[in-house]
Design a protein around this ligand. Sequence first.
Ligand SMILES: Cc1cc2nc3c(=O)[nH]c(=O)nc-3n(C[C@H](O)[C@H](O)[C@H](O)COP(=O)(O)OP(=O)(O)OC[C@H]3O[C@@H](n4cnc5c(N)ncnc54)[C@H](O)[C@@H]3O)c2cc1C
Length: 236
Amino acid sequence: MTETTEQGRKILVVSAHPEPRSLNASLTAFAVDHLRAAGHEVRVSDLYAMKWKATLDADDFPDHTPERRLHVMDVSEEATLAGHLSPDVAAEQERVRWSDAVIMQFPLWWFSAPAILKGWIDRVFTSGFAYGPAVPPPYGESAPLAGRRALLSVTYGARADSFSPDGVHGDLAHILHPLQHGLFRFTGMAPLEPFTVSGANALAAERFTEARTAYARRLDALFTSAPVPLDAPIRS
Ligand SMILES: Cc1cc2nc3c(=O)[nH]c(=O)nc-3n(C[C@H](O)[C@H](O)[C@H](O)COP(=O)(O)OP(=O)(O)OC[C@H]3O[C@@H](n4cnc5c(N)ncnc54)[C@H](O)[C@@H]3O)c2cc1C
């Protein structure tokens, strides 16, 4: 069945790789070109190129003074609701708010996202913006970021069958659960089945071509494919 593409949507691609000639950078560039050619508006947060500060600390809250204990959730929510976050965080929040869909492109590092992407999440998804007592309860249509779609595009070195329920590393769904559930679902975003490239350390040219073709199909279905049900297994 051919999936239709909804045109003219706004997509934020968050890309986390230190090398502009990497496979991950290539997939980011491919997605941007493909989505723009399909009529979408695309913005890119290339975290290494931006020299994104990966650690959440007191500098994120310009009004904070050292006399006061840094209770991160409280201070974060106050700064968010007052509009007094550091400019880099405020700019990224505006990009998320602007978007109809967020794509995260990254290599799997130690069964997780690279620290710079984790740091983007820690710093950007503040209390009062993505969750918290002053905003509607998480999950569902009233959650702060509801209405947005979320796609992980992940490369990893292991073979695909290593990340399966019977594989040596277990189910990829469990490894990506913190993002699919802890981040996307919790804040109201609809997680799609992740796009993955396995065996990514030695990718022959024909496999790269196959990967782009498969990714193009997933991008075409960004606004039409069904979100993954909670705890569904992920094909890799
Ligand atoms: C700190 C660290 C931790 C890791 N932890 C894990 C882990 O927990 N589990 C796991 O499975 N793996 C792990 N890995 C492996 C990691 O996931 C892969 O190295 C990564 O996904 C490869 O993506 P890359 O963008 O870095 O690839 P690159 O090194 O840039 O490229 C990989 C391959 O893609 C090809 N390629 C790149 N660009 C193109 C292009 N434009 N056209 C054609 N071919 C291209 C290259 O020729 C090469 O063969 C880890 C690696 C590191 C450094």
